[in-house]
Structures are given as C-alpha cells and as structure tokens.
Design a protein around this ligand. Structure first.
Ligand code: TXA
Ligand code: MG
Length: 537
C-alpha cells in the first residue's frame, strides 16, 4: 500500500477514506492521531493492526461538536460539562461510562469511553466532514514516541495506512490530559497533559493525580488507564532522566559523556557544555513538552545510543513532560546531586584485576568488590541461600548450613543450564547489594567508586557504570597466575578458565582495555594512564 501525504485542504478526501472504514493520519493540537470511524469495529481493528497495539488498550473518540457527545456516553454529569465548557476545544479527554453506540473494540473491552474535542482546525474539518466520531490513538507504532509532525507519522506508518494529512508541527507536542470522574466532585488525572492539574482544580472541587502518573505500576495491579501498563514513548536509545539544577546535571553529564551519548537539557543550560551532542528543548515546560518527542525521534535518527535528559519539575505542564520521560527512561531517574562516578572493572580470572584495583584505590576510588557482596548475600539464613537450596538441594551446603563453595562450583561449572539457573537466583541479590553499597558510599560523600566484578556483564551491572574497564591477558599468563594463586592443578585452572568469556569478548565490551603482557609494572602504568584520562579530574 502506498501511503499518500494529503495537504491540509484535502480534508474531504481524508473524510471519504474514513467513511469507507480506512485509517488516516490526522493532525491535532496534541499529537498526530491515527483516525478511523469510531463506530465501525472493522475500521478500529485496522487501526490496532497498523499500530501494533494490544486490543485491550482503548481509543479516544474525537468529536467536532459538543452535540455529538451525549450519544457516546450514558450521561454527562455537571462536573464533566463544566470541564468541557472550560477546556474544549482543547487537549482534554474526559472518560465516562459509554453508550451502546460505542463498539467494545473502540473501548478496548471497557465499559467507559474517553471523548475529546480537539482544537486543531484541520482535525475539526475532517471529523465534521466524515460525519462520524473519529477514534484516534496517537499515530506512532505502539511503544515509540508519539508523532508531532506528518513526517513522523510517515516514518512509522508508511505502507501501513492509505493516507496522512499534513498539518504542521503540533502545538502541544504531548498527548491530551486524560481524566476520569471519581464522584460528582472529584477529577482523577490518569494521564497529565497541557491541561494541568492546577487548571483542573479551578473547575473541580477535588483533583487527584493518579499514583501511576509518577510511579511504576505494581505487578499484577489493574491499571486505571490500560495505556499506563505498556512501555511507552520509548526511543531506541537508552534514556536516563536526571534531576537536579542546571549545574549539577551538567557536571553529571560532562563526567560521563562518551561516544554515542547525547543530552537534552534546558536551552539556557547548553552553555554549560562543551559538546556538540548537547541539545536544548526549551526554557519553559510548554516548549519542553512541544519539543520532547520530536527531539527523541531526532536523536534516534542520528544513531545515539544513550540520551541523558534534564527532567523538568513536576508542576504545571512539567508533570506531563516528566511523566512521558519516566516511561521513555523505563523509570531510570538519577539524582545528580548525589551520584558518584562508577567504574566497572572486569576481566578473566588471573588477568590481573587485583593489581589494577589497587591502582584505583591509590587514586581515591572506594573499592566495591562484587565477590564480597556475592559472598554476603549467600550467608546462612539469607533469602538468597534459601532460594539456592530450594533449586539445588541440601547437597550444596556444608554441615554448618553455609554454602559449600567448592561443591557449588562443581555443580554450576559442569552444566551450563545449572549455571544459568544459579545466576538467575544470585544476580538480583548481588545487584541490590551493590546499589545499596553505592548509595551508602554516596551519602558518606564518596564521589568515585570502582566496582570490581568478574561477572560485570553477565549480571548486567555494566549498564550502571559510567566507564567499563576490562583486564585481559594471554592464556599462558593467566594459567600460571591462577595455579600459583589458588594452588590449582593445570586441569583445574583450565576448567576455571574455560567457563569464562573469551578475551575477545572482554576486549569488545569495554570502554578501556588493559593488556597484561606479564609485566605488572607495565599493567600498572596502563592503569595509571587510563585513570588520568577519565573525565573526573
Ligand atoms: O492527545 C491525544 O489524546 C491523542 C490525539 C490523537 O488525540 N490521542 C492519544 O491516544 O494519545 P492514545 O490512544 O495514544 O492514548 C490514549 C490513552 C491510553 O493510555 C488509553 O489507555 C487511555 O488514554 N484511555 C483511553 N480510553 C480510556 C478509558 N475508557 N479508560 C481509561 N483510559 C483510557
Ligand atoms: Mg499513544
């Protein structure tokens, strides 16, 4: 299918397609919507298919005149009317019990329907001309940032729908505020937007911002708004949200910036950075809202792998921007005022990690040894040890009830499946222990930490590090060192070594590689040079 780009005055053509049951990309003042006849279950199914959206996530129904509202809902309470009086046309969606006219497909199987009267003249034209209420989710592929230009819609939907209507850049850039009524006095904000909680409070006696707006939904808890449970607004790149002043955020980013990174900060902060990979997204919450999704898409298009974003405050429209960022970042929010610089150190057994770790200590790094933490999480009576015993049986315990390390090693190094199962149990406990230790060091004022972790990559801890260092050495060198250090036979040492990643793996997954060619003096010199080049001085 060829997707046609229609101009803003071809609204009749767009309306014709909609009447025939086809989906069409249409501009609104919030984001572009993927519109369809909201009363036609087949048309609605096409929209879900084009987006790749789960069928239990309901669509918002768009109308061009208030008169179309009563037929879609069971009744309109006075509070809902008052909200519409004040905010329509505009970026507010009001959820009410649905009438039988609204198909269950549109409502995602719920008994309610969200209705909105958009302010965009082209949207109004199209809806009026189509003569039916238009159900429209944001016109992105499910999970990616919402489109705020016709080009964004084309990028996601080309070949999947017959047409997109050009309507310029969206004024808000963030989807509508979605509200439900808890009772005749209470408005509940399910999704924040350009209509703010503060503005709603001018109309409603009570405004509640739903918990899910600022925190992750607990597993198994029903979502008041089904859209909240899905990964959302996410670019391909990893997004890290940073809270703090312009200065602390700049310091945090400048210390960590490496190849593939970019940053999105307030316009006024840009001068605090010396990098061409730092972008502004405005100096007001409104401008940040308007630019957020376009910026995230742009950064993906440029191939960045990691995006640092200075988050806005959570009042006014800032709440909406913060909420979208939270989801884009998968809830990875960091407080720049207290975060130490974290170096991850890894490498094969016997390659010389301890030597390198000593050099870091001399340079003021607090040393966190993941092996020590691993040992502490399996102490007798610990929940982790209980899980291990449940999986592997009492045979891996010593008579005094502690973990038999030799026996455990024998079990897990002989069977890849057992190793995987063991790691699946122990890593989450180690990770929690590591972060706990980092937080306590941070509160003591420590600003640089070396995390020495042989299983840095396997545990996923490398993703938390600002810089990853691998120490590698020729096999013969490692063999000799292991046999000496752990008084092992050649066979035992070989077996230990074969359970580890290849030298090539450690080389290609690190920010810095230190080569141990047998001379400790040289290894130390390499480590010194590497530390000197870190952006922490
Ligand atoms: O600004 C907007 O609202 C845009 C433009 C196109 O109007 N539309 C939009 O639709 O953002 P969509 O489908 O991407 O997001 C609608 C959100 C979803 O999170 C959905 O779960 C929630 O609103 N929602 C819709 N109907 C609902 C209902 N009856 N009850 C609870 N939540 C509902
Ligand atoms: Mg959406």
């Amino acid at each position: 299918m060829m997707t046609q780009l229609l101009s803003g005055d071809q609204t009749e053509l767009a309306a014709g397609l909609l009447r025939q049951g086809e989906p069409v990309g249409i501009p609104t003042e919030t984001v572009y919507g993927l519109g369809c006849n909201g009363l036609d279950p087949n048309a609605v199914r096409k929209v879900f298919a084009a987006k790749g959206r789960p069928m239990d996530n309901p669509l918002i129904v768009h109308i061009a005149d208030r008169e179309a509202w009563p037929s879609l809902v069971r009744e309109i309470p006075p509070l809902a009317s008052a909200l519409a009086d004040r905010f329509w046309p505009g970026p507010l969606t009001i959820i009410l019990p649905k009438s039988d006219l609204v198909p269950s497909e549109t409502a995602g199987g719920l008994q309610t329907v969200g209705v909105r009267l958009p302010a965009h003249p082209i949207a109004q034209d199209i809806i009026r001309c189509a003569g039916v209420p238009i159900a429209a989710p944001s016109a992105n592929r499910s999970g990616s940032p919402s489109p705020t230009t016709a080009a964004h819609v084309m990028a996601d939907m080309n070949g999947r729908i017959p047409a997109v209507v050009e309507g310029g850049s969206c004024l808000c850039g963030i989807e509508s505020t979605v509200v439900a009524l808890d009772d005749e006095k209470t408005v509940r904000v399910l999704r924040p937007g350009f209509v703010t909680a503060e503005q709603l409070a001018e109309i409603a006696p009570r405004v509640i911002v739903d918990d899910a707006v600022l925190s992750r939904l607990e597993d198994g808890k029903a979502a008041p708004s089904p859209g909240m449970k899905y990964r959302h607004y996410s670019p391909e790149a990893q997004v890290i949200m940073l809270n703090g002043s312009g200065e602390t955020v700049a310091e945090y980013i400048n210390r960590r910036f490496t190849h593939g990174d970019c940053a999105l900060v307030y316009d006024a902060d840009c001068q605090l950075y010396g990098s061409s990979h730092v972008f502004g997204y405005g100096d007001t919450d409104e401008s940040r809202g308007a630019q957020l999704f376009a910026r995230l898409r742009e950064m993906d298009a440029r191939g960045y792998k990691r995006i640092f974003v200075r988050a806005p405050r959570t009042d006014g429209v800032g709440l909406a921007v913060y909420n979208r960022l939270l989801r884009a970042a998968g809830y990875d929010v960091r407080d720049t005022a207290v975060s130490p610089y974290l170096v991850g150190l890894t490498g094969q057994t016997g390659a010389g990690k301890t030597t390198v770790s000593d050099v870091f200590a001399e340079h003021g790094f607090a040393i966190l040894n993941a092996d020590h933490i691993a040992r502490s999480v399996v102490q007798s009576g610990s929940p982790c040890l209980e899980e291990i015993v449940a999986a592997f049986g009492e045979k891996i315990l010593l008579p005094d009830g502690t973990l038999d390390r030799k026996q455990t090693a024998a079990v897990i190094f002989s069977d890849p499946e057992a190793k995987k199962q063991y790691e699946g149990i122990i890593f989450p406990h180690i990770i929690r222990g590591v972060f706990h230790a980092i937080d306590s060091l941070a509160t003591e004022g420590v600003d640089r930490i070396l995390l020495d972790a042989p299983t840095l990559f396997e545990s996923g801890l490398h993703t938390a590090c600002d810089h990853v260092v691998s120490v590698v050495a020729e096999e013969t060198i490692r063999l000799k060192r292991i046999m000496q250090r752990d008084s092992m036979t050649v066979e035992e040492a070989r077996r230990r070594m074969s359970a580890q990643h290849s030298t090539e793996f450690f080389r290609s997954h690190a920010d810095s590689v230190l080569e141990n060619n047998g001379s400790l003096a040289e290894l130390i010199a390499q480590a010194e040079a590497m530390i000197a080049a870190l952006p922490i001085h």
